[in-house]
Structure formats: structure tokens, C-alpha cells
Design a protein around this ligand. Structure first.
Ligand code: HEC
Length: 144
């Protein structure tokens, strides 16, 4: 990947480009599907949080955790294709994001509502943080 789009997108020094154009059609499709299901699950978590439905929060957050695109539906060839185009920091962010989902699931199982709110907030922060770095083609306002 070149540094063509790097200027002006982010204050960080690391190389940041939209990743989608670099992906194979199959991987792009997988990523979008995962994003849509993650967004849907996040909305449902919000509804469960405001209803005090700890078990449902745990369930949905666990689903997000388990949807890890880098581990699911991918052949070894896909994996190689992915790793050869996405920056290391993208993978790190994806892992951290799924880790937050795991912590949220745990807080749900523990019935700890203050912690559920906190982890949910952090998880949503992680969405826009990654988009601001790697999906400004899809979400141009994040680059403003
Ligand atoms: C590790 C990076 C990363 C994280 C974390 C992340 N996203 Fe995304 N997301 C992307 C990328 C990259 C795209 C652009 C995909 C494309 O345009 O092909 C995207 C696109 C999307 C889209 C648009 C999908 C489409 O069909 O156009 C939605 C909706 C979305 N993300 C929701 C979320 C939500 C909700 C979260 C958090 C709960 C989240 N994302 C977390 C990287 C991430």
C-alpha cells in the first residue's frame, strides 16, 4: 500500500488508508457483512442495556466477539491475501475491538450494569476510531 491518502486524514504518523479498496472482492464482502451484523447487534445491545437484560447483553456481545472476520469464513489463502494488504495496526484494532466485546459479554454474565455501560461505550468508540483511520472512503465525515 502506498501513502497516497495518508496526508490530512489523521493526526497520527502511522500510515492510514481506507482498507476496502485493497481487499479481494470476497474479503470485502465478508468485511461488509460482518460490519452490518455488528451494527445490528450493537443496536440490540443498546435496547438490552436500557432494559436491564443482562443475559441478552452477554449473548449479543458474545456473538460480536465470535464473528471475528480474521478467524471465520476464511481459507488460508484468504488469510494470506488479507495479511498482505491490511496494515498491522488494522489487525491490532480489530483484535482489541473483539476483546472489548468479550469484556462486555463478561460484564453481562456478571450482571454488572455499570461495567456493561462502560464497555459498551468503549466498544462504540472503537467503531468510529477504526473507521476514522481505515474507512474514510465509506464515512467521509470522519476525515473532516
Ligand atoms: C478494525 C476496524 C473496524 C472496527 C473496529 C469497526 N469497523 Fe466498521 N468498518 C471498517 C471498515 C474498513 C469499513 C469499510 C468497509 C467497506 O467499505 O468495504 C467498515 C464499514 C462499516 C459499515 C458499513 C458497511 C457497508 O455495507 O457499507 C458499518 C455499518 C460499520 N462498519 C459498523 C461498525 C460498527 C457498528 C462497529 C463497532 C461496533 C464497527 N463497524 C467497528 C472497519 C472497522
Amino acid at each position: 500500500m502506498g501513502a497516497v491518502f495518508a496526508s490530512g486524514i489523521s493526526a497520527t504518523a502511522q500510515e492510514v488508508n481506507p482498507v476496502s479498496p485493497e481487499l479481494t472482492p470476497k474479503l470485502r464482502d465478508l468485511l461488509r457483512k460482518e460490519m452490518l451484523s455488528v451494527e445490528e447487534a450493537s443496536k440490540q445491545i443498546l435496547s438490552a442495556l436500557i432494559a436491564g437484560d443482562d443475559a441478552r447483553v452477554a449473548d449479543l456481545a458474545q456473538q460480536i466477539h465470535d464473528s471475528f472476520i480474521l478467524q471465520q469464513s476464511m481459507t488460508p489463502q484468504d488469510k494470506q491475501d488479507l495479511m498482505s494488504v491490511v496494515p498491522k495496526h488494522f489487525v491490532t484494532r480489530d483484535r482489541a475491538f473483539h476483546q472489548l466485546a468479550a469484556s462486555l459479554a463478561e460484564a453481562g454474565r456478571d450482571g454488572n450494569r455499570a461495567r456493561q455501560n462502560e464497555q459498551f461505550g468503549q466498544m462504540i468508540d472503537a467503531c468510529s476510531a477504526c473507521h476514522a483511520l481505515y474507512a474514510t472512503d465509506r464515512f467521509p465525515k470522519l476525515a473532516e
